[in-house]
Design a protein around this ligand. Structure first.
Ligand code: CTP
Length: 418
């Protein structure tokens, strides 16, 4: 059995995916499936775990095989699937020990109400429950059930007990259910379970710290259909929010208009204008220990934006005159406030990065500023950063934005604990 795990570690699964995405390289998962209609999502999860460099051993309960076949899961995982503890393929009959010893974690997707009850009582009447009882590794479960089953006091007692036993619950969420009802108990989507699983393995270097982040560009209206904005995609700010959450922080993200998905576990507040962003930041900043200002905030706004669409009367009309007034510098205002949190700014420049970024850091009165060259950063999925503080510059080599964000979070955490 151990030899099988050795085979899995040879890197052949998930090959072809860029290194930046291989957040789970070298990780081995036992993917346990119990009986529930959400079992189909485990098929997608198997693939996504492999994309990120992990190897996956599927173990199904007998009930799970009524929803998905072992053949399907075998084809996806490229490993034989185990269902019974009496499997004749295992010479020493110790699958429950061997599999769990080599695993980085056991993921139970979906976890039925019945299986959760079994875990609470330490029962071991099939291979998967025996594996869970015999494990030395973390156990992450994604509950999936009807809303009444979820809210039943018995299930809620089990949830509380499992949490206090150190089992990590991923979800559930609320929404449409296979039975036609709507409510809590719906299993997370595969990509959400993946994001939580990746986050689980990140070092908890900002555990319970409250972090406020701004992201995206702002939009300053001219009239109800037109406005002034900039080329910020929001990707860097959202990556920083995800990295801070993965590090254990409680993250509030004040976001300008953008279509990106909110990182898991992050509270997002949407704004449009710089004035709205300033107001939201001020609402929350007194609770924050760290403020990371990634947003590309418009320096000016249009004076008296029109309430009606500006019309063109004739082809020879002159363009309408626009008058501007300055927006407040949110970062400088936060840094100057009484009991200011630890403030981190961003400086996107098109030239003279070292000089402009350090000057900006001093002007805004902040300990740390992150510089990048705007022409290589805005909208791209990768970038390179330089971190400036009073000691000088630290360069972070080109990488995808999540990798950069994790390194930035590590730099911030190191300075805070110093
Ligand atoms: N910033 C802010 N509020 C503003 C303008 C900028 O909070 N009104 C923050 C940004 O989020 C970023 C930092 O200040 O963290 C630097 O933003 P940038 O636009 O590069 O700096 P400016 O001070 O506007 O300087 P300039 O546009 O002249 O380069």
């Amino acid at each position: 059995m151990r030899d099988l795990w050795q085979d899995w570690a040879d890197g052949s699964v998930g090959a072809g995916v860029s290194d930046a995405l291989r957040d789970l390289a070298g990780k081995h998962f036992v993917l346990g499936m119990t009986g529930g209609i959400a079992a189909y999502k485990a098929a997608e999860l198997t693939r996504r775990l492999q994309d990120h460099g992990a190897t996956v051993q599927v173990v199904m309960t007998e009930a799970a095989t009524h929803f998905m076949t072992p053949v399907t899961m075998q084809a996806l995982s490229q490993r034989p699937v185990f269902v019974s503890q009496w499997d004749e393929r295992v010479p020493n009959n110790m699958a429950h020990i061997d599999l769990s010893r080599a695993a980085s974690a056991i993921l139970v997707v979906p976890a039925s109400a019945d299986f959760m009850a079994k875990l609470v009582h330490g029962r071991a009447d099939d291979l998967l429950s025996t594996l869970c009882l015999a494990r030395e590794c973390p156990l992450l479960i994604a509950p999936a059930m009807n809303r009444q089953m979820w809210s039943n006091p018995a299930t809620q007692r089990n949830v509380a007990q499992l949490r206090s036993d150190g089992v990590i619950l991923l979800g559930p969420t609320a929404g449409d259910q296979a039975c036609g009802e709507v409510g809590a108990g719906r299993m997370l989507e595969a990509h959400e379970i993946l994001e939580d699983t990746i986050g689980h393995f990140q070092p908890k270097i900002l555990q319970d710290k409250r972090v406020l982040i701004t992201a995206g560009g702002t939009f300053e209206p001219i009239d109800p259909v037109r406005g002034i904005t900039n080329r910020s995609s929001g990707k860097m700010g959202y990556a920083v929010a995800r990295a801070a959450h993965e590090a254990g922080a409680r993250v509030t993200l004040v976001s300008g208009p953008c279509a990106l998905a909110t990182p898991r576990g992050v509270t997002r507040l949407d704004v449009e204008t710089a004035a709205q962003m300033f107001a939201r930041v001020m609402d929350y900043v007194s609770h924050a220990e760290i403020f990371i200002s990634v947003a590309a905030v418009s320096d000016w706004r249009v004076v008296n934006p029109r309430t009606e669409k500006i019309k063109k009367a004739g082809p020879d009309d002159l363009p309408p005159p626009l008058q501007f007034e300055a927006n407040i510098d949110i970062l400088a205002a936060v840094a100057a406030s009484a009991e200011a949190p630890y403030c981190v700014g961003f400086a996107a420049e098109t030239s003279n990065l070292d000089e402009y970024a350090q000057a900006k850091r001093l002007r805004k009165g902040i300990p740390l500023i992150v510089g990048n060259l705007a022409q290589h950063a805005m909208g791209d999925d990768s970038s390179e950063l330089v971190i400036y503080d009073e000691q000088g510059a630290t360069r972070i080599a080109r990488a995808d934005k999540l990798t950069l964000a994790r390194q930035l979070v590590a730099q911030i955490a190191a300075r805070l604990s110093a």
